[in-house]
Ligand binder design. Structure first.
Ligand SMILES: Cc1ncc(COP(=O)(O)O)c(C=O)c1O
Length: 502
């Protein structure tokens, strides 16, 4: 087609208003049907790698295609390759589920498509971002010494926190970089052996090196061992390294263990190291009065990340970084391109000054809608129920001789292991991995496995707004059935054995 002539509709593919309205109605119906029928779908897809792409042409179409054809392909090409994260028996990772208010918020945000780089480019997106950041901060009980910024993910948030810490540790890196400098020490970061791999990624991106993340052993319940931290830092200082930051985790990825932040902080203060708290998952527990213990000492931190897209029912993506030192973030990232000069509005925040991205989605809108529609009580009630459900699952694992629990359950994640007398640990690892694969292949439930102290364990994470105890009962039956299929004589309870994998 000649690029200069219009398509038959005269819109070069965009939808004229009337067609747009009816198409939007169709999609709204489609999304509502999806939510209504999600439970009847097999959770994991039965596709082979490459199968979805094989249904798509190598080049984008030359000519505008009809919306009917495109929507038909959502059902025939896209849907067969979907893992239904929103299914109530999806128990993998940390659940991130959509919900009615969030979906509506995403539609409005997409219609507006504003960019919250400066206050002037979007006053409403900027101010609503500040509002929801304050709501989250107050809900979880963080002091007003912290200022927040929204990023897409906790991985990006820790990158920003460590960029600020790097500037404090070795000044002028913003201007002069690191290469060829003899006045820049080797900066090190400390985190437990349970902390998330995003720390290494941040250190790679900051040019500080993956090997300068020092992994500190965790104790018997997977919390950072403070004496080991102190010893590692002291040894490093003796060897000429500079302790740049310590990362404490509130809700580790595998077991949701909580590092003793209040005890870690004095070590940081002694060595002038930045304390970043990764509360990406566990920060949400602070909404519950009975969950505040998890944030003990967090107010002392230099920065804290909380991911409402993990356990506060805001769908991907929405990650909130709080820092006591917003000026330090600005000092690293504030850089105004010519075409935005003069845009600054007196007394207003321009969020582009606090991070790498210039264009910024109106993420605050969906959070604002979820928080208003659920209310604090609705969020807290769900979190409390998820914790109850996790205890229920843990009680089943404890009571069944085929299984043993692999870690305490402080939040809504349970790690457990199928055990069998007479097989060695490696065989037992393969058995547990095989059970997870079989459960996921069944389509009835979806879980993941993780490694604790070198051994493979099964892991369920409960975080979906739709999950009830009935869903968990069926998922548990599925796990038991697959375990029985994979181990001979599994019904003989005397054959079960308890192993120490903690
Ligand atoms: C404790 C913890 N921190 C950070 C992350 C990274 O989160 P994101 O996917 O938002 O980058 C995860 C991911 O699950 C996590 O479990």
């Amino acid at each position: 087609m000649d690029d200069n002539v219009s398509s038959s509709s005269g819109s070069l593919g965009d939808l004229p208003p009337r067609e747009m309205r009816s198409s939007l109605h169709r999609i709204v119906d489609w999304a509502s049907d999806y939510r209504e029928t999600i439970e009847r779908r097999p959770i994991g897809p039965a596709v082979q790698p490459g199968e979805i792409a094989a249904h798509c042409p190598a080049d984008a179409p030359d000519e505008p295609e009809s919306l009917d054809a495109i929507l038909a392909d959502i059902d025939s090409v896209v849907m067969p390759g979907i893992v239904h994260w929103g299914h109530p028996a999806f128990l993998g990772y940390f659940g991130s589920t959509s919900n009615g208010p969030a979906l509506l918020g995403e539609i409005v945000a997409a219609a507006l498509n504003v960019s919250a780089m400066t206050w002037r480019t979007s006053p409403a997106a900027t101010e609503l971002e500040g509002v929801v950041l304050e709501w989250i901060r107050r809900m979880i009980g963080l002091s007003d010494a912290f200022m927040g910024v929204v990023y897409d993910t906790a991985s990006v948030a820790v990158f920003h926190a460590l960029a600020a810490a790097r500037e404090r540790c070795a000044p002028m890196i913003r201007e002069r970089g690191i290469a060829g400098r003899t006045d820049v020490p080797v900066c090190r970061v400390y985190a437990s052996d349970q902390a998330h791999s995003s720390i290494e990624k941040a250190m790679i991106a900051l040019g500080l090196g993956e090997t300068n993340v020092v992994r500190i052993p965790s104790d018997s319940v997977f919390r950072l061992d403070v004496a080991a931290l102190r010893a590692a830092i002291e040894a490093d200082v003796q060897s000429g390294f500079r302790p740049m930051a310590v990362i404490a985790t509130v809700g580790t990825t595998s077991t949701t263990s909580v590092d003793p932040v209040a005890e870690i902080w004095p070590v940081c203060r002694e060595h002038n190291a930045w304390l970043h708290v990764d509360a990406a998952y566990g920060g949400a527990l602070g909404i519950l009065p009975e969950g505040r213990w998890a944030l003990d000492g967090v107010d002392r931190a230099d920065s804290v990340v909380v991911n409402p897209h993990k356990w506060m029912f805001v769908p991907l993506d929405f990650s909130a970084l709080y820092t006591r030192h917003p000026a330090a973030l600005r000092a690293v990232f504030s850089l105004t391109p010519d075409y935005l000069r003069g845009d600054a509005a007196v007394g207003q925040v321009d969020y582009m000054d606090y991070g790498l991205p210039l264009g910024r989605r109106f993420r605050a809108l969906k959070a604002w809608m979820v928080f208003r529609a659920f209310g604090r009580a609705g969020i807290a009630g769900r979190i409390r129920e998820h914790c109850r459900l996790a205890q229920l699952w843990a009680s089943w694992a404890d009571a069944d001789p085929m299984f043993e629990r692999a870690a305490p359950v402080p939040m809504a994640v349970v790690c457990f292991r199928c055990v069998r007398h007479g097989i060695d640990d490696d065989e037992c690892d393969r058995l547990n991995a095989a059970i997870v694969r079989a459960v996921n292949a069944s389509g009835e439930a979806y879980l993941t496995h993780t490694t604790l102290r070198g051994r493979t364990v099964m892991r369920v994470g409960i975080g979906n707004v739709l999950t009830t105890s009935e869903h968990l009962e069926r998922a548990w039956e599925c796990v038991r059935r697959e375990a029985q299929r994979h181990i001979p004589n599994a019904m003989d309870p005397s054959a079960g054995s308890v192993r120490d994998i903690g």
